[in-house]
Design a protein around this ligand. Structure first.
Ligand SMILES: NC(=O)c1ccc[n+]([C@@H]2O[C@H](COP(=O)([O-])OP(=O)(O)OC[C@H]3O[C@@H](n4cnc5c(N)ncnc54)[C@H](O)[C@@H]3O)[C@@H](O)[C@H]2O)c1
Length: 270
């Protein structure tokens, strides 16, 4: 089996994907906190991706990298994203290129188009980026870095703009972009295995009644979602009418992120 490095493996997405990926790949799980409960076929590196020497060691001998780790938050300051999101992504891309890894999967987010109001378009697959936060701006950078590395070097990159990967659907906005773990795992496998992948951008979303993303490119690459968001509503699911129009961000793709403070670089809050 080939070895897949998963960064941020102790988080929500990494924990959900591990059982679905370890039957296909040897998993090297990296996080700054222990992932716990290691299974056969899994190994662990506890450390921080902002250490380039650690990144170099982590990438040794892997055929693919699934880069999940990042700093995030609705009103995260730009400075807090620089090391973990910009530098660490470049350390990984550089190490992958230097060491001859074949595939680099970058988990981006629907927040790269989060600033759009949901009433301006039918779907948001092909609109220009409109990030809703410094977190989302760092995802736009990560996507751009992947494009640059894949077209310059022999490193295939695959961007998955995840919608919402919670175990269940919390509200009407997330209903339009939710993904199950098994649908996300299917996309990861397409990104790692599909022979046509050079540089692709797809959406990490399952089926839903009124999707914000049709995900045409993923479907062209063979993606067939198995799950529908409407079958996975959380017990306290909030329909649109029950969502607070002022605080929930129900009318923006990025929800509350689109209305949160962009903390000024100079420290003052606008
Ligand atoms: N969960 C969602 O609904 C969702 C939606 C859109 C996009 N995403 C993206 O998917 C990815 C995974 O999300 P998640 O929900 O699992 O996040 P999470 O916060 O649950 O997990 C992230 C993990 O990364 C680790 N990490 C962060 N910085 C690190 C560093 N510098 N070095 C080592 N480890 C570090 C953290 O310890 C954490 O375990 C992220 O890139 C996120 O932006 C997730």
């Amino acid at each position: 089996m080939q070895t897949l490095l998963i960064t941020g493996a102790a988080g929500i997405v990494g924990t959900a994907l591990r059982p679905l990926l370890r039957e296909h790949y040897q998993l090297r799980l990296l996080d700054r906190r222990p992932v716990g409960d290691l299974q056969p076929g899994e190994s662990e590196i506890v450390g921080d991706l902002t250490d380039p020497a650690l990144v170099e060691r982590a990438v040794e001998g892997v055929f693919g990298i699934l880069h999940l780790a990042c700093a995030h938050g609705t009103d995260i300051a730009f400075q807090s994203t620089v090391e973990p999101n910009y530098h660490a992504t470049l350390y990984l891309l550089e190490a992958a290129q230097r060491q001859g890894a074949r595939r680099f999967l970058f988990t981006s987010s629907h927040h790269v188009v989060g600033q759009y109001r949901t009433d301006v378009a039918e779907t948001f697959d092909d609109v220009p980026a409109a990030p809703d936060s410094y977190y989302a701006m760092s995802k736009v950078f990560g996507e751009a870095a992947c494009a640059a590395f894949s077209l310059r070097y022999d490193l295939a990159t695959f961007i998955i703009r995840i919608g919402n990967a919670d175990p269940q659907v919390a509200d009407a906005r997330r209903l339009r972009m939710w993904t199950s773990a098994r649908d996300l795992a299917q996309l990861v496998r397409i990104g790692l295995e599909h022979p046509q992948v050079r540089h692709e951008v797809v959406y990490g979303v399952s089926e839903s009644p009124h999707p914000l993303f049709h995900n045409r490119r993923a479907r062209e690459l063979g993606y067939q979602p198995q799950d529908n968001a409407e079958d996975h509503l959380a017990p306290g699911y909030l329909p649109y009418e029950a969502m607070d129009p002022m605080t929930s961000g129900r009318d923006h793709v990025g929800g509350a992120y689109a209305g949160a403070t962009l903390v000024s670089l100079l420290g003052a809050r606008p």
